[in-house]
Design a protein around this ligand. Sequence first.
Ligand SMILES: *Cc1c(COP(=O)(O)O)cnc(C)c1O
Length: 386
Amino acid sequence: MPEPKAPQTIAAANGIATDPAYRAVTPPIYLSSTFAFEGFEKGGRYDYSRSANPTRDLLADTIAKLEGGVGAVITASGMAAVDLILAGLEAEDWVIAPHDCYGGTYRLLAARAAKRQFNLAVVDFADQQALAAAFAREPALIWVETPSNPLMRIVDIRAVSARARSIDAKVAVDNTFLSPALQQPLALGADFVVHSTTKYLNGHSDMVGGAVIAADKDDLQILIDWSNIAGLGGAPFDSYLTLRGIRSLFPRIERQQKTAGAIASFLQDHRFVQRVHYPGLRSHPNHDLARDQQRGFGAMLSFELAGGRREIARFVESVQVFTLAESLGGVESLVAHPATMTHVSMGAEARQAAGISDSLLRLSIGLEAEDDLLLDLDRALMAVAH
Ligand SMILES: *Cc1c(COP(=O)(O)O)cnc(C)c1O
């Protein structure tokens, strides 16, 4: 039988009905930490689950196919996935990272740079002069996060990758906000894709995990080796849950982004909202670029509430369908206040430089009925006014 090509088919059916033991339709979960040798000097494909595990491998194979890579490494968290890519750097290497990347990524890059494990240049990717100056350092690695968190800014992956190739730099793209259902960075020229599988890939907010997908076989082998050396691999049970989540990735995200579009329009017209950041809006500065390199605008958005601390507190305590919590990409809708939650570790100065104001709220749109979500937001906005 030919390999299935459509990504929807890969998501729903990769590895289905391949169990050699009992013909189980759903691939079984292998929790075993160790695997018996057939005899003296006769090890099998698996020997110890830190090095490799069948359940984790099936997840890696599925995500690699969805991203169009040669393979993937599944890690215990999204942060472990980010750190895995950094493991290959030398002390004299330069890393370029966006000034508005995920707070945890920013903290990790800054902490490792402070330990002199590499040099770090944090730049605004929209500032062409600053970007040119950073490229002039001939960096070894360029970190891209698009759409960015929480301001939903878009970086041109094709342009950055072409420029990186001319100086032999590697490009890693954090694709957590869109998932391979809506964006495939490797096809646009990137070398690595990183995921917090905690978010859309698992999609049910019941595990923490990560993945790195590579475009090149040699790069992949380095990642596999480091993951084994440092013990970064994800647990079999978490891998099983993530694979279970991926089965419904496409219908979930398609429905979630449809609702997100409606919510973005609603907020844009609301008198208690100052600004909405959603790439699907024509008013978004990178709307055309998003339409060109993405297959959809996603289900994440942020907006600035008219008012300050008091109004923010009233809003987040008034919502009833949305839940005030960190994280994103699950079936349930969440609201977060980046300045005091997801981006608190960045510090006020770096937040201000990145344009993350104290009145900014971030929404992750779930699978609830659109009308219930709109009503909830409308009620909370009205509560702010009183
Ligand atoms: C959540 C997140 C991470 C970190 O992943 P964890 O699974 O929480 O370790 C990295 N990048 C982005 C964009 C994220 O949203």
